[in-house]
Each structure stands twice: as C-alpha cells, then as structure tokens.
Design a protein around this ligand. Sequence first.
Ligand code: SF4
Ligand code: SF4
Length: 387
Amino acid sequence: MNEITTGTHVTDAEPALACARAPVGLLAELTHRCPLQCPYCSNPLELERSNVELTTAEWQDVIRQAAALGILQIHLSGGEPTARKDLEDIVKVAAEVGLYTNLITAGVLLTKERLKGLADLGLDHVQLSIQDVDAANADRIAAYKGGAAKKHEVAGWVKELGLPLTLNAPLHRQNIDSLERIIEYAVEIGAGRLEVAHIQYYAWALKNRAALMPTREAFMKTVDIVNRAKERLKGILVIDFVVPDYYAKFPKPCMGGWGRGVMNITPSGRVLPCHAAESLPGMSFDNVRDRKLAEIWLDGDAFNKFRGTDWMKEPCKSCSRREIDFGGCRCQAFALTGDAANTDPACSLSPLHDEWAKVAGLESHETPPDFIYRRVGGAKVVEPAGE
Ligand code: SF4
Ligand code: SF4
C-alpha cells in the first residue's frame, strides 16, 4: 500500500528551500478511519480517532512545506483517505504545488462523480487495493459485504477517466491460490501495474501471523507464477513482487533505508520514518503542529536515530550489504529480538534467523486461527460484520 509511483515534479513553491537530501515521497495518512477491517492492516494497533486528525488547513500547509522541501510525490493514504470530506481541498493544493498525487484507496466509499471531481482537480494516479478475485473470500477477508463488487466498479471508473491504475493485492495463505487469477484480473481491468506484496508481519499482521503465513511451498509457487507472468506480460503489465521476509535470504531495505527516501505523517501530524515506527519504544516523534517539516526531516531525533550505518551492530556493521539493505526493518528487529538496533531476523546472517524461519514453517502448516479484525479496540477474535 505504500509503494512509491514515479511521477513528474514541476513545483514552483519556494524553490530556494528545495533540499538535495529531500525525501522523494510523502505518505500522508489522512485518517485511520476505514470501513474495511483487513487483518493485515499496516495501521498501528492503537488507531488514531478522528478528533485528533489534522485539519484541512494543516494538511494544506504540510503539503506546501513538502513541495518547498523538494518532495516529488504525495501518497494520500489512511485508513481510507476518501473518508475525509475535505479530500478535494487537499488534492487541489497538492496539484497546485506540483506534487505527483497518488490516491491509495480501498474504493468502497467512492462515487463516480467524486472520482471525476478529484481527477479534474489534478489527481494523477489511483492505487486500488483488492483482497482477492473471489468476491466471497475478498469480502470475508475485509469483513465488508459487497466490497469486491464495488472495487470492480471503481476500477472501471478510473480507466474511463483516463487515470493510471495500480492494483494492489496483498498476498497471504488465505488468497495465495488466486494469484494467477489476480494477475489476469489486473490485465482485464486495464491496470498498468500490479503490486503483489506478501504480507509484512508487524502491527495487525503480526497479531494474525498464523492466519496469514503461507507455506514455503506455496510461496515458491508464487515466485514461479510471477516470473512467468512478467515475461508474458512485458509491455502490458508491470508486476512488483514483494517476497515474505520469513522465507527470504536477505531483508529488504525497509522504506529504502531509514530516513533516506520517504516520510510518513500520521492523521494527527506525527512525522515518522516508517509507518510502523511508533511500535518502537523510547522514540519521540515530532509533530507538524510544533515544527517545520524540513527541520524534522533533517534534524528530528527519530529520523537520525537509524539513519545511515553508524548505529549498526555486528553482523551488519562489517557486512558488505550494509548500504544495500541497511540492516532490514527496525520495527521487525524490535518485535522479534527486543532490540531495534539488532540485525533484522529476516537476514540469514542473523543468529535468530533459523529459529524464526522454523516458526513460519510450523505456523503455516497448522490450521489457521480466526482472524483478529482491524478495528478500534479490535485486537481480539471477533466475527466479521454482516456474517
Ligand atoms: S489495509 Fe484494509 S483496513 Fe487497513 S486501511 Fe487498507 S483497506 Fe482499510
Ligand atoms: S548482516 Fe545486516 S547488512 Fe548484512 S545482509 Fe544481513 S541485514 Fe543486511
């Protein structure tokens, strides 16, 4: 949900402030409100309430500061960003200052008129998430009846309006068998890009790991399916494939490296180096209500904490890959080892890697437990709405 889409940059907002070290992208979590309840949601377990959200004027100010800093792209996300009634006012300013504006949406709250209005205001791109191509399974995963059908309709509107479309399909053991059909579906609806990301296990997904973890054999099949599809669909569909950490040899450079390319702002204005960073204890995060965005990016404690490689311990410290993957994910390192400065156990060089991979092997072969659905106060097993 948080992928960066390449765009153009034509801002003329305070160009003198543009910073060579500026992040490429800003992930703006406009709200944590969302009618869906995906059990792998990357939002924190403690969701922010609507009464603490930044106001329209505050978001507009942040967007102007982002353009002045030299940021190129804004990803309007959530929760569900279309739950904000002032989305139009936010998109308008983003377009005015020349940011490439991407709407990351589950689609279920949109109308055709609203989408057209957003396109007229300068929206550049839509990233639509799906849970599965099997509508009943999709609605079960999201705990939202009729969601799959609505998303199909929205995809049609996006194409009718001539907007580029990315389909986002998080993959896990409860939809993994649909991968081939998901790829065909992306072609059928005219998406230019398909993001097939195996779930990353933190926040809600960590709570639901046993329900979501695919077997190694099932994962290996997806590698083969994606490789064949990439070859077959050259020039028709770009497929971005994110492998599950538990079956990887080396970790991913989380967020392209801490404090290197992306910044994330929560609904209440806290500025994070990654959307899960609030799970780390002892960190303090600046708020756009108190400090300028450029200062936070360049000098904020949270951004400098794990920036670069000086903070590393062995084996990362002397590893030749340290500037390739930056030691992996800090949040995962903390969640699984208790120390955010440890090597991410996704790395085969971590002393904890084998033990960790074993857990994945065991969980993925057991009967999956019920989902713990994402909702305020929802970190307990409950039946989905409407069942
Ligand atoms: S992952 Fe699901 S629940 Fe979370 S914001 Fe996206 S659509 Fe909503
Ligand atoms: S030891 Fe650290 S730097 Fe080296 S590959 Fe593993 S995570 Fe990356």
